[in-house]
Design a protein around this ligand. Structure first.
Ligand code: HEC
Ligand code: HEC
Length: 493
């Protein structure tokens, strides 16, 4: 279906004709006769939310049963099978899914003994598999580890566990279903970093509380009390972590007070992606919300929707999945992984689509909301799945602007060393598909619901730098009914 819009001067005044099931532009007389502007510019927008016919290659990517979404353990040898039958497309995609969940790509990781110690000895405080920090325990892990780690580069003789994509990009929908590509908005990255890095330091001789951030100390306090109150556990920690003391690289895990403060300040589902211990540091505190990975436009969709490229990351500086994944590989210590090797992962990511909401729809309201969207929102959300086709200045959108410094703190257009991405200092409109499931909105995750985004319970006016929820006030001055309509529509896409 094609939406035809007639833009008369300023985009916000554009008029649109109702949906037509034809790719032919409407004849003049069919168009709303109130448009009498002589300098009419025709702007055609495709329906950003086409019905989706793509295949899931026999995999279950969304479901109530975790084991089913993990293919009942069949991911374990999926890439070996694919290596045997490299022409089998189904096996390729399945191998990509295995990489998504279980591959660390030799990245910089957490020492295995440390992760296992904290994971198994503090289950009262942290739950099974770090559940209290929002991670999901892997039913197939003999050690009870959470989903989201794979083999990382060893530190000397000590094995490490590096992040796989699933730690952040696999989560539960509000209705409880697990879904690949759902952002894990429960994940407390900052708190987990503190438990893994600050906790061991905090019980060492010479550690001085006064030199550390009180909020960060508060996060680990219950764990520290447990260690202090339990000499056996304390001794075991020493024993388990002993091999690490010989590794000089471990000094890399020391974190500064500023970094502690940052960790303690993040809401779940948000983080600074260029901060220690992650290998790249842009020395600027920026909070990014984990995005959903559904419906990333492939080359054909990019062209159809006249997008310059896939515009990945919040600032739109990464043109496509190959580029993005290469960046991820470059973070690792090892050059063992080539772009060729990760094609199964890229191909798998391209199959991910947003799950539909199970809530009842109210068709009249949805249609009214669709009309409002086409009139008031489509000028910006006009690319595939409501992504924008261009970038906007933070000033124009009015949302917190700290993100403009990402990877380029002095704004000179040159990214920090080691990064192959163009700093844009601008922001894209994200894809909106699956927005019904998001409990974090805007790039810094400062807004919790569509109701809040459209100011149903009042103006958003927290302008705290980095964390504030101001801006993107489109629709905030509408009637309550219009707001309910747009929300009803957005919940269906
Ligand atoms: C520790 C959490 C974390 C892990 C692990 C992680 N990501 Fe992300 N990912 C993020 C965050 C946060 C962003 C947003 C960054 C930004 O744009 O500033 C992001 C952005 C993305 C984007 C851009 C999406 C868009 O629409 O712009 C893609 C694609 C992506 N990640 C894929 C992956 C893949 C593939 C992996 C595994 C190889 C992975 N990520 C691992 C947190 C993570
Ligand atoms: C001037 C361009 C523009 C207009 C008009 C606009 N948006 Fe946006 N929209 C954006 C940008 C840019 C962002 C990202 C802002 C950010 O994260 O700071 C965004 C973000 C969003 C988000 C948050 C998505 C997420 O995952 O965080 C939703 C929902 C949304 N827009 C819906 C709408 C609706 C509905 C309308 C019409 C009432 C609308 N937008 C009008 C540009 C626009």
């Amino acid at each position: 279906m094609l939406w035809l819009l007639l833009a008369c001067g300023a985009p916000s005044k554009s008029q649109f004709a109702d949906g037509v099931d034809s790719t032919e532009p409407l004849e003049d007389e069919e168009v709303d006769s109130s448009i009498e502007d002589t300098a009419v510019v025709e702007v055609e927008y495709l329906d950003p939310f086409p019905s989706d016919m793509s295949s899931d290659f026999g995999l279950t990517n969304t479901g109530f049963i975790l084991e089913e979404v993990l293919e009942y353990g069949a991911l374990e040898n999926a890439c070996e099978l694919y290596a045997e039958f490299p022409d089998d497309e189904d096996l390729k995609i399945r191998c990509g899914k295995a990489m998504f969940f279980y591959e660390g790509f030799g990245g910089v990781g957490i020492p295995q003994p440390l992760l296992d110690f904290v994971n198994t000895k503090f289950t009262d405080e942290l739950g099974e598999g770090f559940a209290e920090y929002g991670m999901i325990q892997d039913p197939y892990s003999e050690k009870g580890r959470p989903i989201g780690y794979g083999a990382g580069a060893p530190i000397g003789s000590v094995d490490t566990l590096a992040y796989s994509c699933a730690s952040c990009h696999f989560g539960q929908l509000p209705d409880g279903r697990y879904s690949v590509g759902m952002a894990n908005y429960d994940y407390e990255t900052g708190k987990q970093f503190l438990a893994l890095m600050l906790l061991p330091q905090s019980v060492m001789p010479g550690f001085n509380d006064d030199e550390h951030d009180p909020e960060a100390l508060a996060v680990i306090e219950p764990l520290r009390q447990k260690l202090w109150g339990n000499p056996l556990l304390f001794a075991q920690m020493g024993w388990d972590l002993l091999p690490l003391l010989w590794q000089s690289d471990m000094s890399a895990a020391e974190i500064t007070r500023d970094v502690e403060t940052a960790y303690a300040s993040w809401r779940s589902g948000t983080m600074d992606v260029f901060i220690p211990p992650l290998p790249l540091d842009d020395e600027t505190h920026i909070v990014s919300k984990i995005p959903t990975l559904w419906s990333i436009p492939n080359a054909v969709e990019q062209e159809t929707y006249e997008m310059p490229d896939a515009m990945l990351s919040w600032t739109g500086g990464s043109p496509n999945l190959n580029h993005f994944v290469s960046g991820f590989l470059a973070l690792g210590d090892s050059s063992d992984w080539t772009l060729e090797d990760v094609q199964p992962l890229v191909a798998y990511l391209e199959t991910l689509k947003a799950p539909e909401s199970l809530d009842t729809e109210y068709p009249a309201q949805v249609e009214a909301g669709r009309d409002l969207f086409n009139l008031e929102c489509l000028d910006c959300h006009n690319g595939y799945q409501g992504s924008s086709r261009e970038l906007f200045s933070f000033e124009e959108i009015g949302t917190d602007h700290q993100m403009q410094y990402i990877l380029d703190p002095d704004l000179d257009g040159v990214p920090i060393a080691g990064v192959d991405a163009q700093p844009t200092h601008q922001i894209k409109a994200p894809r909106l598909t699956g927005v019904w499931a998001k409990t974090r909105l805007l790039h810094n995750g400062s807004v919790d619901s569509l109701e809040e985004l459209f100011c149903i319970n009042g103006e958003r006016n927290d302008d705290t730098p980095i964390f504030g929820n101001v801006g993107h006030v489109y629709g905030c001055d509408w009637s309550e009914q219009e707001k309910r309509d747009i929300i009803a529509f957005l919940r269906t896409i």
